[in-house]
Design a protein around this ligand. Structure first.
Ligand code: NDP
Length: 301
């Protein structure tokens, strides 16, 4: 039987609608408007596209949204001063520094300068530590794994993952590790696999929940998938698509979608799966930060 396709566009739209409604209520009840600041250094076209779409979505949600574009040659201390100014700006609840940064800037130093209570990307050590120790109520959780968990729970129709084996392929700080922590917090039995893992196909095919966050186009084949498993494909890979015309390309995930969909119980497509959830969760995190400032409960998703 073909897998249920988990439509990230639909779920992301639901999250954004909830954020928009809660933002209007927050303003009406407390006078607080969530504020987000996006800082970009340099002119990387892909980063510019991301920053523009984050700003547009924030405005649609009813947020106060500012973006600061700094030249590629900006010295590190100028960027740190910009972050500190945003830390001290009472109108800003969420600060996002678009990565990657130019080589002369120490990314880690910049991230650790962001006030943890405004770190809506969830990359500060305080937020990483809270997630790792199970303080998920007050941690900012990185947006891509947070969005992936929502899709997974929709697919499974439950939020307690007791008794289920989860395999996360990829151990990055942005996706793999926080995803593993979230699965563990919801009682899954979790294995993290990576480039040094032995016999990955056999391991993957033991998973009731298989999360791919590798960055290798269509690496995960049908025989890596346990029949009926929930498959969450985080990968976004651009590959040549000569069938669409000369010089054309298309996006694929880390999972060989068509063959895996014939085996899995549910699966996220690429594009249109995890991707749209990331910006939606950024909005959710920023609203949560503003709710904390106002002393009211943030919505859950
Ligand atoms: P990283 O490159 O930081 O991490 C990739 C991980 O995959 C590493 O842990 C690496 O192992 C592992 N890996 C690489 N090759 C293999 C292999 N052959 N077998 C097993 N494991 C392997 O990537 P990210 O975590 O940042 O991103 C992963 C994917 O998710 C990318 O395609 C990225 O574009 C996408 N992504 C999508 C987002 C979204 O919004 N949907 C957001 C963020 C990322 P090792 O540690 O041993 O090197």
């Amino acid at each position: 039987m073909a897998a249920e396709v988990i439509d990230g566009k639909v779920v992301a739209a639901e999250v954004v609608e909830k954020v928009t409604n809660a933002t209007a209520k927050l303003l009406a009840d407390t006078g607080v408007t969530p504020g987000i600041a996006v800082v970009i250094v340099g002119e990387d076209p892909a980063s510019q596209v991301y920053v523009r779409s984050k700003g547009k979505r924030a405005t649609e949600c009813g947020f106060h949204s500012v973006s600061h574009t700094m030249p590629a040659e900006t010295p590190e201390d100028e960027l740190l001063t910009m972050v500190e100014n945003l830390n001290n700006d009472p109108a800003i609840d969420g600060i996002l520094v678009q990565l990657p940064l130019p080589d002369h800037i120490d990314e880690g130093k910049v991230i650790q300068t962001i006030a943890p209570e405004k770190d809506v990307d969830g990359f500060h050590f305080i937020n990483v530590g809270k997630l790792g120790t199970g303080e998920t109520d007050t941690a900012f959780v990185p947006c891509t794994p947070a969005g992936s968990m929502i899709l997974l729970k929709k697919a499974l129709g439950k939020s307690d993952l007791s008794g289920l084996n989860a395999v996360v392929v990829g151990r990055s700080n942005i996706v793999g590790k926080p995803m593993a922590n979230l699965l563990l917090a919801d009682n899954a039995t979790v294995t993290i696999a990576h480039s040094r893992t032995k016999d990955l196909p056999a391991l993957a095919s033991s998973a009731d929940i298989l999360v791919a966050a590798v960055g290798r186009p269509e690496m995960i084949k049908a025989d890596w998938v346990k029949p009926g498993a929930a498959v969450i494909d985080v990968g976004i890979n651009r590959i040549d698509a000569p069938e669409k015309g000369e010089g054309k390309s298309r996006l694929v995930g880390d999972v060989a979608y068509d063959e895996a969909a014939a085996i899995a119980g549910s699966i996220t497509p690429v594009p249109g799966g995890v991707g749209p959830m990331t910006i939606a969760m950024l909005m959710a995190n920023t609203l949560a930060s503003a709710c904390r400032r106002a002393g009211v409960e943030a919505p859950t998703y």
